[in-house]
Structures are given as C-alpha cells and as structure tokens.
Design a binder for this molecule. Structure first.
Ligand code: PNS
Length: 172
C-alpha cells in the first residue's frame, strides 16, 4: 500500500521552501498531499482556489503530489485519507514553539497520528510566505524564492506590471 504523507499549511503562496520539503518528503513517502487549510488564524492574500491552482501548476509534472484543501480540523481531514503522517517544515528555533504546540494538540486529538518535522534547507531559512508577500507588495524581487508562476500571480495580485528585475534592466 502507498505510504501517504499530508503536508498541511496556508501556502499563501507556496515558496521554494515548501517545494523543497515536498521533494524531500517524496524520498520517504510514495505520495504527498499538499493540503491547504480553510481554517487558520491567518488572513490570506490568495483564495484557497488560487493557492490550489498554484500548487497544481508547480507540481504538474509530478503525479505523486496531490493538491487539496480541507475545512475544519486537520486531524479529521487526515482521518479521511489513508495518510500515515503529517509533515511540517522547521526553519528556526522560533518556529519550534508553535509547531510543538500544534503537533502536541493534534496528537492529543488523535494519539495514532504523528508529525514529522523536516529542517528547511539552508538556502530557504529566511523564506516565508509572509515575507515574500511583503517584498512583492513593495515591488521587490522574489525571483529564486518562489516559482515564476507564483511570482506572476503575486505581481498580478499587487497590480505590479512587470518583473522589477527586468524593469530595472538587471536581466542578463
Ligand atoms: O502554514 P501554517 O499557516 O503555519 O499552517 C497552519 C495549519 C494550517 C497547519 C493549522 O492552522 C491547521 O492545521 N489548521 C486546521 C485547523 C486545525 O486543525 N487547527 C488545530 C491545529 S492545533
């Protein structure tokens, strides 16, 4: 039977940091479900549908990655799938407390459910959806931190006409 991992989050938007975690998880698991939560404490820039579309576009050539969304509790969603584990990326010690609480609460709600943490690769330690949105909103270059398609979605959302790098003539 396929070993399936659930990678839940806001993914508002998906970054190369997230993609790196998915790719490394695929070494361990047969399939990874990138599961976008409707119910989070964060207010989102992109709709859940827009975020799913971005995830689908990023992994369009990889049938082992599934983009999905869920409402309500993560533990209930996981129970409806055949997943064996929740995956979360850890960037720094500052992430730890939040992640520790969330994993402990999820395990208290379902003692059979484990969370597997993967350390973010050094190249993406500073990358978060929140900072990406702020940089993009203020017209900064996010190339290399998010896929081009996501960069285009950000520019469209913030009504920025062109890639600043091209605009300033930095492009080779
Ligand atoms: O990327 P994020 O925003 O840090 O992800 C947080 C997420 C979506 C994993 C968390 O908010 C979540 O699981 N939401 C679903 C509702 C739920 O189960 N909440 C209890 C978690 S302790």
């Amino acid at each position: 039977m396929d070993k399936i991992a659930i990678y839940p989050g806001s993914f508002d938007p998906i970054t190369y940091g997230h993609i790196d975690i998915v790719e490394r998880a695929l070494v361990i698991f047969d399939r990874v479900i990138v599961a976008i939560a409707y119910d989070t404490e964060k207010s989102a820039l992109f709709t859940v549908e827009e975020r799913i579309e971005m995830v689908k576009e990023v992994f369009k050539d990889n049938p082992r990655v599934i983009a999905d969304s869920f409402k309500g509790l993560l533990v209930d969603y996981v129970a409806r799938t055949n997943a064996v584990v929740i995956i979360r990326g850890l960037r720094a010690t500052s992430d730890f407390e939040y992640e520790f609480h969330m994993a402990s609460m999820n395990r208290s709600l379902n003692p059979h459910l484990d969370t597997l943490f993967m350390m973010t690769s050094k190249d993406y330690f500073f990358v978060s959806s929140r900072t990406i949105k702020e940089v993009a909103r203020l017209g900064g270059v996010v190339e290399g931190l998010v896929p081009d398609h996501v960069g285009r979605c950000l520019r469209k959302k913030f009504k920025l006409p062109v890639n600043k790098k091209q605009h300033l003539g930095w492009e080779d």
